[in-house]
Design a protein around this ligand. Structure first.
Ligand SMILES: Cc1cc2nc3c(=O)[nH]c(=O)nc-3n(C[C@H](O)[C@H](O)[C@H](O)COP(=O)(O)O)c2cc1C
Length: 414
């Protein structure tokens, strides 16, 4: 049993589902975990701390530090455990977490923790669907917090929809699985790419037709920026060649802005020497107009025919170099994604290809990725792009460390 001996802090916040936390704590104990419960003041209005004390055999951490003997609970709680699980997590608590507030002992413990944090939201369906809650959850996921649920169904208020807390038995299973495959969040990331030089491309490219019009695509650049961030978090020296996006440059990343596919190729070729890894995430335009008009093309009733010329294949060019860096490609397909992805991996002779469905990936915050390498397909699941990028970096680091890959971190003089 993978929870055997694990030290789990269960944080209970103020919602009707607080009564289910008692069963959750019981099941965690039965699975061999040592459980410490912490409650917000609001939670104690729903279930008495005595219930949890009886179930765990430990005093509950409350907002009365002197009275209950948890002198530095706001710091110690999240430092002396293998994971924190907030169940139920109220809308208010998620908002506080997303903002980094520390006004109660449980919020402060979350902020001071050095362990993975999981939340099981439970609230009315409108509260869950509210853009503010959705925004808070996105922020938390970007910060590495994992969200379990919520589920659809009949709610305590009588309404039907999303917002029910996952059942305790499912939460125990989810926690077990998550701890088995946990990728540490920012700040505690193992430096698996320490000193490795990584070149990443991101975003769309844009091909000008005339001074006011252009051909481009729906790529937001988020996936590539997430990959650059995840690589930098893992200790890599990252150069990001970016097509037009409105995204902020990730911390510690050197960014080079380009517009067209030709400019992207030039920027990549100018910087690829000395790089150990090249990750081509950009949605590079396959074609460009044969001519860019210097004056605005005038509207007329006649059909307008555009002649398009194929662009260079940037990944193919880099992978075909005499001594290529370790190349990672991205394939966005609308159908038969794995089949086409593997064909692309073989045709371009790259060791690793990340495949996604264009209709899921383009422009959205989430993605669903599968990695293809010589050992087969590795599903990374569906999640926020930064979460997936961190999983990709972990996989990439594993491949680099295999004997014969020749991309170990090293000092170079160029
Ligand atoms: C009867 C009642 C039930 C509530 N149920 C929920 C709930 O299920 N989910 C939720 O997010 N908030 C719920 N609330 C609101 C929270 O209790 C409130 O936002 C509180 O400040 C949360 O505090 P905490 O996050 O510190 O525990 C409920 C409030 C009341 C009075």
């Amino acid at each position: 049993m993978s929870l055997q001996g694990k030290r789990i802090v269960v944080g209970v916040t103020g919602g009707i589902a607080a009564y289910k936390a008692a069963e959750l704590v019981r099941l965690l104990g039965a699975a061999g975990a040592a459980v410490q419960v912490a409650m917000t003041p609001a939670a104690t209005g729903f279930v008495g701390p005595l219930t949890f004390q009886a179930l765990t055999g430990r005093p509950v951490a409350l907002d009365e530090p002197v009275a209950n003997g948890h002198g530095m609970a706001h710091i110690d709680l999240g430092r002396q455990c293998d994971a924190m699980l907030i169940a139920p997590a109220s809308a208010d608590f998620l908002a506080r977490l997303a903002q980094g507030l520390a006004g109660d002992v449980l919020s402060a413990a979350c902020l001071a923790r050095d362990c993975p944090l999981f939340v099981a939201p439970a609230m009315n369906r409108q509260m869950w669907r509210n853009p503010a809650t959705q925004r808070n959850v996105r922020v938390l996921e970007q910060d590495g917090v994992r969200c379990f649920g919520p589920q659809n169904g009949i709610q305590a208020c009588g309404e039907d929809g999303p917002g029910r807390m996952m059942e305790p038995v499912q939460l125990v299973q989810a926690l077990e699985a998550a701890l088995a495959t946990h990728v540490p969040e920012a700040g505690s990331t193992p430096q698996v790419l320490a000193g490795v030089r990584v070149l990443v491309t991101a975003g769309p490219t844009l091909e000008r037709l005339d001074p006011v019009r252009a051909l481009t695509n729906l790529s937001s650049g988020r996936m590539g920026y997430a990959v650059a961030q995840a690589a930098a978090e893992a200790g890599a020296q990252v150069v990001l060649v970016s097509g037009p996006t409105c995204l902020a440059t990730p911390a510690g990343v050197e960014r080079v802005d380009v517009e067209s596919a030709a400019q992207m190729l030039s920027a990549v070729e100018a910087r690829v020497a000395g790089m150990q890894v090249f990750i081509a995430v950009a949605a590079v335009s396959d074609y460009r107009p044969a001519r860019t008009q210097t004056e605005k093309i005038k509207k007329s009733a006649a059909p307008l025919r555009l002649e398009l010329l194929p662009n260079e294949d940037i990944l193919g060019r880099i992978a075909a170099r005499e001594q290529p860096p370790f190349c990672v490609g991205f394939a966005a397909e609308t159908e038969h994604a794995l089949e086409y992805g593997e064909a692309k991996r073989c045709a371009k002779r790259v060791p690793l290809m990340a495949v996604n469905l264009a209709q899921v990936a383009l422009g959205s915050e989430d993605n669903e990725l599968t990695l293809l390498d010589e050992r087969g397909a590795h599903a990374l699941g569906r999640a926020d792009k930064l979460v997936l990028a961190r999983r990709l970096v972990a996989h990439l680091a594993g491949m680099l460390n295999r004997p014969g890959q020749g991309a170990q971190p090293h000092e170079t003089s160029d």
